[in-house]
Design a binder for this molecule. Structure first.
Ligand code: NAD
Length: 365
């Protein structure tokens, strides 16, 4: 298989964690006999410094031409006072929009070795494994009219049939590949736009008789995720509700340095950690590479249908945590504090070890 991956390391800790990601991809590629080429490009502040804008057309072209895009993080104090459209983060929004990434996926999965570090009790969390699918390009964040004057502020929450249908289809398909349960989150007791959303979900459900569907109001869903997160498999919701629900889901299962994400469209896919550029620790070899490496696992799973490779990466992360290694953001008494480089090396060694155990790339007659 020939694969081209666009690498956008960005700013702050972005380049450090991207280096770990590239090492991991190369090691998987070797064993699975993949031919992978990388196209490394500037984005965010790094691009502003070089070209005066956070995302150039040439970089966009490279992304259109790639099978997947891997992003580090963008932003930092140096560019904070630029006007909105010229900021590093504007480059990221333009990238998502240009690639038509309408669905954002965030897994909420608990690593057993890390269970005691969560703000929830171990017995509540044990067995948690669900994904939040958030609509990313519609809803109240984009709806018109919008504005404010001295006495009044207003936004519009609207969804078209096509916008709802494509993400809901994706959610049903995802539930089919997982444990067959879908929860659609809305506010249909108050909002007409949610009543419309719900009616579309019910109609699409007819094509997926094997999936168990439930509807849940967003306030209840937020409470239920904290009360009993094991009840969920796939959650699908609109842009603003998803923004909130995916942060709750993410944080119950770990620290910011461990949360991966995927943004998918009809043609393109982008994978990135949930966290930002962490300027406070940039250049100090202190970053936690797990969110980035876990995003690579999502890339193998969603873009290349290499479920086994994705599982090996996740197992290697879990094994490294079980062995007691921790970067500073997740460090606790009795564990071994390691740098970003060291943590990446340990995870990579575990990936190699697991591939040996599973005889990946070892052909016998
Ligand atoms: P942040 O996520 O960069 O950092 C928040 C805190 O978490 C910091 O203390 C940081 O050290 C820590 N942290 C984050 N990732 C870590 C990791 N992998 N390992 C260890 N510790 C980690 O959020 P912030 O400080 O609010 O924002 C910093 C910059 O990043 C801003 O310019 C912001 O706009 C930008 N940002 C970018 C993205 C993105 O590129 N997708 C997302 C969020 C924020």
């Amino acid at each position: 298989m020939n694969i081209k991956i666009a690498l956008l390391p960005g700013d702050g800790i972005g380049p450090e964690i991207m280096e770990s990601a590239v090492g991991l991809i190369k090691s998987i590629a070797d064993r699975y006999n993949l031919s992978i080429s990388f196209s490394e490009q500037l984005v965010g502040g790094a691009s502003i410094d070089e070209y005066g804008e956070p995302l150039t057309e040439q970089v966009l072209e490279e992304c259109y031409d790639a099978n997947a895009v891997l992003l580090g993080a963008v932003g930092g104090e140096k560019w904070e006072n630029l006007e909105h459209q010229k900021k590093p983060e504007a480059g990221l929004l333009k990238l998502r929009k240009s690639l038509g990434l309408f669905a954002n996926i965030r897994p909420a999965k608990i690593y057993p070795a890390f269970i005691d570090a969560s703000s929830l009790k171990a017995d509540v969390l044990s067995g948690t494994d669900f994904v939040v699918l958030r609509e990313l390009t519609g809803g109240i964040y984009f709806g018109e009219p919008r504005g404010y004057d001295e006495t009044h502020g207003w936004n519009t929450m609207s969804y078209t049939k096509d916008e709802v249908d494509r993400i809901v289809h994706m959610a049903f398909e995802m539930a089919k590949q997982r444990n067959g349960k879908l929860t659609s989150v809305d506010k249909a007791n108050v909002l007409e736009v949610s009543q419309f959303w719900r009616s579309r979900v019910n109609e699409i459900k007819e094509k997926f008789p094997e999936i168990t569907l439930q509807h849940m109001y967003v306030d209840n869903a937020s409470m239920q995720i904290v009360r009993d997160p094991t009840q969920f498999d796939v959650i699908v919701t609109g842009n603003m509700f998803g923004d909130i629900v995916s942060d709750i889901a993410g944080m119950i299962t770990g620290s910011l340095g461990m949360l991966p994400s995927a943004s998918l469209g009809d043609q393109y896919a982008l994978y990135e950690p949930v966290h930002g550029s962490a300027p406070d620790i940039a250049g100090k070899d202190m970053a936690n590479p797990i969110a980035m490496l876990s995003s690579v696992a999502m890339m193998f799973n969603h873009s290349f249908q290499m479920t086994q490779a994705a599982e090996i990466i996740e197992k290697a992360i879990e094994r490294s945590l079980e062995q007691g290694f921790r970067t500073q953001d997740i460090f606790s008494e009795g564990k071994e504090l390691v740098s970003c480089t060291k943590m990446s090396e340990i995870i990579l060694n575990n990936v190699e070890e697991i591939m040996n155990e599973e005889a990946i790339g070892v052909f016998t007659l």
